[in-house]
Design a protein around this ligand. Structure first.
Ligand code: PMP
Length: 445
């Protein structure tokens, strides 16, 4: 494949953009490939190479790159009527009504501009609502580029994971391994009175895809309730993807107090949202006193794109299609892995999937998910699934990034560039794309 244009664009970019990119995951080796345009379930790079796209903008593009007529029309109408006003519009109300109608725990929503902004505001809201400072997050969980959750280490050794964040931020953040019942009980025993909230993705989507073991979220629900803390589900990835319009919380049957959204709810435009019971969400200004504001929040073009995307999904067989292709891909991959790379694991659910470069369990041996994962039917080697973020971190991450990702790209398949982030299927993907992908996996693995 020729990559001359990408290389020369990268050279130019390096002089004016730090690292040549605007989001660090895009800085693939030896240089990023620059996209010229999308085409259904594909992208075409600056040199004219075409790839089956399983990155899908890191999740927002449920429908793929060619937005259906009704979405395009709504976007264009709102863009041409004056893109934004600094005053409310009907479309914000309609999208909030749609979310409240479909997502079990949500009565009210505050829209913001990114998943990061949503989790920042959710943490502030939980702290204000409970009058407590501490939050509990999962080791290796990702909630955006925000000071309170950019932490590493565990227990008393939790510290900021980036320079520029004062240690004092991490003092209020407690980390536990996902799926570890003992650890979460211990943290509540020691700090129960000071914990404002537990924040977790219902299914970890930034750390390889890790499914909850049976009863884990119920434990989080019970412990938070018993100790007067809130449960925050970060559904920035899983929202309107896993479990369809009811989101992962509907599929898993657990009701959080606050939910953060991003990605799909903006139909491919910058978005975030914080939803929950009115009694909690109404603490945001101006209804309450927890400061929250934004020039672009509830942007009419974004709201229209999100609303029409979700309406389209509700009126067509979008979730059936993407989930069926997901099942087909995971099942094909499972056979290939069993045959060619038995040390690896295939994980995922609905329209998310990933191959994990290990089959080891939590204690470093060929592990066994004894509690039984809820995704048994869709997750190939459930008995060897990683149980938390650290299981995934211990895998052959370097090999995934340097060799596997490159070779898959050369075979015409665009995957997220590291071992940790999910791959996504969109409505524009076809059976033939799945077959192309399986052929590529077969050759490359
Ligand atoms: N939370 C989760 C679970 C995410 O996956 C992400 C982004 N991948 C974020 C928060 C941050 O969202 P954004 O990049 O829109 O700020």
């Amino acid at each position: 494949m020729n990559h001359e244009q990408s290389r020369s664009l990268y050279d130019r970019a390096l002089s004016v953009l730090p690292g040549g990119v605007n989001s660090s995951v895009r800085a693939t080796q030896p240089y990023p490939f620059f996209i010229e345009r999308g085409d259904g379930g594909h992208v075409i790079d600056a040199d004219g190479n075409k790839y089956v796209d399983f990155v899908m903008g890191y999740g927002p593009l449920l429908l793929g790159h060619d937005l259906p007529e009704q979405v395009q029309a709504a976007v264009q109408q709102h863009a041409s009527q004056g893109p934004m006003y600094g005053a409310p519009t009907e479309v914000e109300v309609e999208l909030a009504e749609f979310v409240a109608r479909h997502v079990p725990s949500v009565e009210m929503t505050r829209f913001v501009n990114s998943g990061t902004e949503a989790t920042v505001s959710a943490v502030r809201l939980a702290r204000a609502y409970t009058g407590r400072d501490k939050i509990v997050v999962m080791e290796g969980g990702y909630h955006g580029a925000q000071e309170s959750t950019l932490v590493e280490g565990s227990g008393a050794d939790t510290h900021p994971s980036s320079p520029g964040i004062p240690d004092s931020f991490a003092e209020h953040t407690l980390t536990v391994p996902f799926n570890d019942e003992e650890a979460i009980h211990a943290v509540f025993e020691e700090h129960g009175e000071d914990i404002a909230a537990v924040m977790t993705e219902p299914i970890l989507g930034n750390y390889g895809i890790v499914h909850p073991i049976d009863g884990y979220h119920e434990t989080l629900r019970d412990l938070t309730e018993d100790h007067g803390a809130l449960l925050i589900f970060d559904e920035v990835i899983t929202g309107f993807r896993v479990g369809g319009l009811q989101c992962a919380q509907g599929k898993l049957g657990v009701t959080p107090d606050i939910t953060t959204f991003g990605k799909i709810v903006g139909g491919g435009f910058p978005v975030g949202a914080i939803g929950g019971r009115s009694e909690i969400i109404e603490n945001f200004t101006p209804a309450g006193e927890v400061f929250q504001s934004g020039t672009f929040s509830g942007h009419p073009v974004t709201m229209a794109a999100g609303l029409e995307t979700l309406r389209y999904a509700a009126e067509n067989d979008v979730y059936e299609h993407v989930n069926e292709l997901g099942e087909k891909l995971r099942s094909g991959l499972t056979d290939i892995v069993a045959d060619q790379a038995p040390n690896y694991t295939v994980v995922g659910t609905d329209s998310m999937f990933k191959t994990i470069f290990t089959r080891e369990g939590p204690d470093g041996r060929d592990g066994h998910c004894e509690a039984g994962c809820k995704q048994r039917e869709s997750c190939s080697r459930y008995d060897h699934c990683p149980k938390n973020g650290m299981d995934v971190k211990r895998t052959e991450t370097d090999r995934w990034e340097r060799l596997f990702w490159q070779d898959m790209k050369d075979a015409g398949v665009f995957l997220t560039a590291n071992q940790f982030e999910s791959q996504f299927i969109c409505d524009a993907h076809t059976e033939s794309d799945i077959e192309t992908a399986l052929e590529a996996y077969k050759a490359v693995l």
